[in-house]
Design a binder for this molecule. Structure first.
Ligand SMILES: [Fe+2]
Ligand SMILES: [Fe+2]
Length: 170
């Protein structure tokens, strides 16, 4: 018998799906940078991608550990409509805006999930969402804001952008 309500398992499954979607977003951005041989930025996005994969698997494993059922939904690769950075340094701003937005959306989805868990008095799920996942979002959003700020400062200076890219490989 399930130790978790059907509605909670479904809500967690949708979040797992969302994390998978995030993984695809970062994969798309990673490839965008790799296409332009910007391996430093690509590595940064690869690390983000791997983090999202961990979140997806964490939620799936958690549902199973509570004897719940994981629901899967089809996911498509997001379309990245941004000029190539090498032709338009401003596009770095667009990319990091997307990164920050991705993390902000995730934080609000996790907040909704915590509300559902609390309303059901499912404090194990509440603990996972609040103390593990939402806590991690503080760093995720903070990092994304720092990157965006840096992109805004460097957007008119391609040599500095190239140096930033190089520094990410060290
Ligand atoms: Fe995530
Ligand atoms: Fe994230």
């Amino acid at each position: 018998m399930a130790n978790i309500s059907e509605s909670m398992a479904l809500a967690l499954s949708l979040q797992a799906n969302h994390e998978k979607h995030n993984e695809l977003i970062y994969n798309t951005i990673e490839t965008y940078f790799n296409e332009q041989n910007l391996s430093g930025f690509a590595k940064l996005m690869s690390d983000q991608k791997n983090g999202e994969k961990v979140h997806n698997e964490l939620l799936q494993t958690y549902i199973c550990d509570r004897s719940g059922k994981v629901t899967f939904e089809p996911i498509v690769y997001p379309k990245l409509e941004v000029d190539y950075l090498l032709g338009n340094p401003e596009s770095l701003i667009e990319i990091f805006k997307l990164v920050l937005e991705t993390e902000q959306i995730t934080t609000s989805k996790l907040t909704e999930l915590a509300k559902i868990a609390f309303a059901e008095s499912d404090f194990q799920t509440f603990d996972l969402i609040v103390n593990q996942m939402l806590k991690e979002q503080i760093e995720e959003e903070n990092l994304s804001e720092t990157w965006l700020q840096k992109a805004l400062m460097l957007s008119d200076c391609m040599p500095s952008i190239m140096l930033w890219n190089e520094s990410l490989l060290q």
